[in-house]
Design a protein around this ligand. Structure first.
Ligand code: ZN
Length: 82
């Protein structure tokens, strides 16, 4: 796969009104979550369009109870990982 020159795939996350019971919630205050290593995919807030996480391709953010929830640092929306 092409590593690209800063051109990353963008995935719009599914916004939720509130996180489901027991779901893991990642809340990064002050800026997006940046995964160590390569960043091939940007997760985009489903409400405000800000990038909430830059991560490697095909990474899975799953907890025992389902996809992890990212809290948008900009607007506070709950977004479900793909
Ligand atoms: Zn947002």
């Amino acid at each position: 796969m092409a590593r690209g020159n800063g051109h990353r795939k963008r995935i719009a996350l599914q916004p939720l009104s509130k996180p489901p019971e027991g779901r893991a919630v990642l809340n990064f205050q002050g800026g997006p979550y940046v995964h160590a290593g390569v960043h091939e995919v940007d997760f985009v807030c489903g409400i405000c369009g800000k990038v909430v996480a830059s991560v490697p391709d095909k990474i899975q953010f799953m907890s025992d109870t389902g996809p992890v929830i990212f809290v948008c640092y900009a607007c506070g929306a709950y977004n479900e990982a793909p």
